[in-house]
Design a protein. Structure first.
Length: 126
């Protein structure tokens, strides 16, 4: 990995930023955890972004152009994903609810939704 970076410290800096990025993406439901569960903890996600912004301020002038660009890009991407997280959660919740309806229909068909086919289309009997 150090071939991509100027030195070992640069590689470690990248690893640290990547670790915070992954944790933040996990907290905003962008990535599943190891068990496949999605989490939505927007307070933790916001804190992850703020920690990266603090690193950006504290390291200003001490990073290479590659490190500065990488940190700026990660923060920008996380901020964009943060704004999209509520919509992503709603969509995932809707899909889960629909999945529950389908599962219920097949596991207990007597309790599932029923379409009444006894009346012809148009409401008139023949």
């Amino acid at each position: 990995m150090t071939e991509m970076f100027a030195d070992e410290d640069a590689a470690r800096f990248f690893q640290m930023v990547q670790m915070l990025q992954r944790s933040t993406l996990l907290q905003m439901g962008y990535l599943p955890d190891q068990s496949g569960t999605y989490h939505y903890n927007m307070g933790e996600a916001r804190e992850g972004i703020e920690v990266l912004r603090m690193f950006q301020r504290k390291t200003d002038g001490n990073l290479s152009s590659q490190e500065t660009q990488m940190l700026r890009a990660v923060i920008s991407e996380l901020q964009m994903q943060f704004t999209q997280a509520p919509q992503r959660k709603r969509k995932r919740d809707e899909e889960a609810a629909q999945s529950d309806v389908i599962r219920e229909t097949f596991s207990q068909p007597q309790d599932g939704p029923v379409e009444d086919l006894s009346t012809p289309v148009g409401g008139e009997e023949e």
